[in-house]
Design a protein around this ligand. Structure first.
Ligand code: 4AD
Ligand code: MG
Length: 480
């Protein structure tokens, strides 16, 4: 007797072999055919019951949503929908699902909106769409580790609670054990954080980069892959308050090497899922195509999901400097006709997502890497160029997503870094340890951060970032 996963049974040709399978009933028709799913694959296993010899009480309990255990033999299927099926000899109900209650949930067999699925996030993993997305997410994470491990990068776990604001953007969640109603005060009335758990102000990390840099300057090449937190109040389809970021950091590597690494890495993980997640990808491609049919022509994607992934795999990312990008935008139709919400007037303007999407989707029509941004709109740690106006930064922009990667060559010169921090009012005492890395054997080094959920969005074609993470955290929402 073999206890097996449905994914294995569907590939098996051990006919007449007895199997035990456990899973959840998707449907039960004609008192005879159970469509069983156990999460191992998108596909259901058809389990055929000899209802005349099955207890009436049991038959009544084979309802959509119920957990069951089935024992039976593998047969070639008579039906055209599947190659094999299980001829059931024994069936056990492990967990009932009352049809009267199931009918009010997303388990009921009809089409539910993604919004509805989000309201029942604890059940949505039982749906085809969400199951496919989550299996793909898992495979993508595996590919991330596989890529870096094969390239001899070391995986580092950077702290989740930190005392520094790595991005200098101030969008942090505070971590404290002080009594909020009655916090200890200093003489001047301000809160006395010396009495807090860590004896100082702390927050959830916005990025593991600074710690990753310290590790790269010793282990050579490292990567992080962990949760990061941003208290930015942006309720968009691309922002989460808690998201997962992959941050490689490489010693003795300049910005060109950094761009090469990012491009190679993204192509590797996408190739991996194309080779290993065929069923789920095909299902999601079809899903997207069907959704597209309901949209007005102008909003439809020009390519299907698989075509879009292949397009990224087959083409070089277009590399343009910020200065070139601004020229293109300044002279673009939507800018001249004032169609952009933010009109690009001059060099130095920050790029909004509408501009990024114009460059990627309308102008270049392929992934774009923009580099050498104005120092003024980028973080303090980026390496200043000879022109003293721009920094060695790069952002990778993806069709349908916008920014997927942000990275840079780091400022390795102690004096330049110090004066930059001074300019931005970042106290040296807070980052003394970071400055130390520039004192003892500093060197050229670079890294980037890739927002994992944005990658999953691209790979699955899901329009909303809330649908590619198990339990999304967004403004006004921390249910589940
Ligand atoms: O561009 P960001 O802010 O860069 C950093 O944090 C650097 N410290 C990374 C580094 O160089 N090591 O964020 C990096 C990426 C973005 O390009 C985006 O893909 C993603 O993280 N990201 C978000 N994803 C989901 N929700 C949010 N609120 C995000 N903010 C950034
Ligand atoms: Mg960024």
């Amino acid at each position: 007797m073999i206890q097996a996963k449905i994914a294995e049974i569907l590939e098996s040709d051990q006919f007449l072999q007895e199997f035990i399978v456990k899973g959840w009933v998707r449907s039960f028709r004609s008192n005879r055919f159970i469509a069983l799913n156990d999460g191992s694959t998108l596909k259901n296993l058809q389990c055929v019951i000899d209802f005349e010899n099955t207890n009436e009480e049991i038959l009544k309990r084979i309802n959509t949503g119920a957990a069951i255990s089935v024992k039976g033999t593998l047969k070639e299927s008579q039906g055209s929908q599947q190659r094999v099926e299980i001829e059931v000899t024994e069936i056990k109900i492990l967990g009932d699902a009352n049809p009267e209650e199931v009918k009010y949930t997303i388990l009921s067999p009809k089409k539910h909106s993604l919004e509805k699925l989000r309201e029942q996030a604890h059940l949505r993993v039982r749906t085809n769409t969400f199951g496919a997305v989550m299996r793909l997410r898992s495979k993508l994470s595996f590919a991330v580790h596989k890529y870096f491990q094969e390239k001899n990068f070391h995986y580092v776990n950077t702290p989740i609670i930190t005392g520094s604001d790595a991005e200098g953007a101030g969008e942090m969640f505070r971590v404290t054990t002080l009594d909020m109603k009655n916090p200890p005060k200093n003489d001047d009335g301000s809160i006395n954080f010396k009495e807090d758990f860590f004896g100082k102000e702390t927050n959830l990390t916005v990025s593991g980069q600074l710690e990753a840099e310290a590790f790269a300057l010793g282990l050579g090449q490292v990567y992080t892959f962990g949760p990061t937190f941003r208290a930015e109040n942006s309720n968009t389809s691309r922002h989460l308050a808690e998201f997962w970021m992959i941050e490689p950091e490489v010693a003795f590597c300049d910005l060109d090497g950094n761009m090469d690494l990012a491009e190679d890495f993204i192509k590797y993980v996408l190739r991996y899922i194309m080779e290993n997640c065929k069923d789920d990808l095909e299902f999601l491609a079809e899903r997207q195509a069907n959704e597209d049919k309901l949209k007005p022509k102008a909003e439809r994607s020009e390519m299907g999901l698989l075509e879009k992934i292949n397009f990224v795999l087959d083409n070089n990312f277009k590399r343009v400097s910020y200065t070139e990008a601004i020229e293109i935008l300044k002279n673009s139709k939507p800018n001249k006709k004032k169609k952009f919400n933010y009109i690009i007037e001059e060099w130095g303007a920050d790029l909004q997502s509408e501009h990024e999407r114009f460059l990627v989707e309308k102008h270049f029509k392929c992934p774009v890497i923009i580099f050498d941004y104005p120092a003024k709109i980028k973080a303090f740690y980026m390496r200043l160029n000879e022109d003293e106006k721009t920094v060695r930064a790069m952002d990778i922009l993806f069709p349908g997503i916008g920014e997927i990667v942000g990275g840079s060559q780091r400022e390795e010169r102690l004096d330049v870094l110090k004066s930059k921090m001074k300019e931005l009012d970042i106290p040296e005492e807070e980052l003394w340890w970071y400055l130390d890395t520039r004192k003892f054997g500093t060197c050229v080094h670079s890294g980037f951060g890739l927002g994992f959920e944005r990658l999953v969005q691209f790979a699955t074609g899901m329009g909303n970032i809330r649908d590619v993470i198990p339990f999304p955290r967004t403004p006004q929402n921390a249910e589940f």
